[in-house]
Design a protein around this ligand. Sequence first.
Ligand code: SF4
Length: 381
Amino acid sequence: MSDSLRNQSLERSRSEKKIRHLYVHIPFCPHICPYCAFHVIRSSKAGTEILIPKLLEEFNSASSSLELSTIFLGGGTPTSLSTSQLEQFLTVLISKTSVDRRNLEVTSECNPSTLSLQKAQRMVDLGVNRLSIGAQSFDPTILKTLGRTHSATAITDCISTARSAGFTNINVDLIFGVPGQTLDSWRSTLEAVLSQKPQHVSCYGLTYEEDTDFFRRNKTGELGSNSLEKEMFELADEVLCQAGLVHYEISNYALPGFECRHNLAYWRGKEFLGIGPSAVSTIGGIRQRNSKFDGQSWHIEEEEVLTSEILASERMALGLRTAEGICEDNFHEEFGFSPNERWRNEIEALEKNQLLQRKPSLRLTTQGRAVADEVAVYFMK
Ligand code: SF4
């Protein structure tokens, strides 16, 4: 993949509409978790010092095509950067956005052990207004199984630090379906998170991704298994919704008005620029993936031209993950055909099995939500 193709897609976007969503991949983490499938590298001062100028270079080359309304710093652990590195980087990112700062959503992921009050305050000053904390569990046994090095107290301390610094929009990430995790343990974690009154909670079922330590240990049977994933998904829905959070996407719950705008844009099929090692961009009908960080740099290494058939399939698979679902009229306007014209048999079969409903929009039923990944496969053809 050449840089010229990115230039072409940026040009196309420039001439049509500006890109409003930016993802930044910071690959460094203080400790690599055995289930993690993201591109991550053990934190090092030397590595981060090479990363920041390269990120800025990549950002600057695209900045005239941007009119950002959301920025998402993910990884990896963005808060593993030093305060001055975050400062160096965020100052440029945010100063180059032309949107009113009050309308800009800037999320940073955060590992509970990497947030000092000084760092959190500086992040708020620089414009970060949403913090996503990778808590995963409040149960020490489950944290240990997941290879996490923080404690439940570190999570609550991190949330207090974030609040003291001025964060008023906090997400807590949790994992369920961990070997050895019981329904009681999961309920306790859900209750513990609610006691912290976050605005947003994400609940992800554990997956065993290839090339991870967990994948290998799962294959040999060393890890054990958990057959309660469906019950845990339902328990999260029950406990979190009772507390007033809205289940607005398969894995995500928020107080009204605190839905993650960046991720909603992704599920709604909007264009976005990804910078940093392994980051993905979708611009002007082209998807590009950056290579991993080789210690010095990265480059665009893969590209895929997205036909309208591919985009339509992806829109169905992603849109059905959301509670708002898919408006068939809007879909028709965008793609020139309705979902029912293209997938009549699939939709009828899913409706018959009470996994999908068509009114008021095309969306999954409660039963459908529990098997969303299987339903998505129906539309990927
Ligand atoms: S902290 Fe998150 S990104 Fe880093 S290794 Fe663990 S799971 Fe992966």
